[in-house]
Ligand binder design. Structure first.
Ligand code: HEC
Length: 141
């Protein structure tokens, strides 16, 4: 292969890398810092007094309900980022393990790009109301 062609091929491969690399846990952590930490805090403790719920040891409880699993992908914070569906799925999986910790079942059904795509296409109108209903359901024995 000529030097020029291998150079061009190298550029092509490099160009294709970020899309693949973005869907990695390190990037999920970085994306959390960039887009979420300002409100939710590095450890996910949030600021409950100011209406930012604590995710630490809590957020995984929503996975017990199908609407709860959808909800985590539909809250404005998760929805209104420049992240694509795959990056968002990776971010949710990361935060469930690293911030949800004990609340997240070890064998939880991980989000896929397809899940996020479907949830994004069907966002309920009243998200705060949905949260109240979900918490009521989760509190039932
Ligand atoms: C401007 C502040 C803010 C930012 C930034 C933000 N969130 Fe939130 N987040 C909230 C608030 C407030 C709620 C409570 C639900 C609501 O009122 O929307 C919430 C709820 C959530 C919940 C559900 C937890 C629960 O107990 O209801 C998840 C999951 C979540 N956010 C993920 C994210 C992710 C992921 C990002 C970054 C991509 C993010 N948020 C960025 C403010 C924020």
């Amino acid at each position: 292969m000529s030097g020029f062609r291998s150079f061009m091929l190298g550029l092509f491969v490099l160009g294709a890398l970020p899309a693949v690399a973005m869907a990695a846990p390190e990037n999920a952590k970085r994306n959390f810092r960039l887009y979420c930490m300002g409100c939710h805090q590095a450890d996910g403790s949030g600021s409950p007094a100011n209406g930012i719920p604590a995710m630490r040891d809590e957020v995984g409880h929503f996975l017990r309900l199908p609407e709860g699993r959808a909800y985590l992908s539909q809250v404005p914070g998760t929805l209104n980022t420049p992240l694509n569906d795959a990056e968002t799925a990776e971010l949710l999986n990361w935060l469930l393990v690293n911030l949800g910790r004990s609340s997240t079942p070890p064998d939880f059904q991980r989000y896929t790009a397809e899940d996020v795509k479907a949830y994004r296409a069907s966002v309920p109108e009243d998200i705060p109301g949905l949260r109240v209903r979900l918490l009521e359901k989760l509190a039932q024995p």
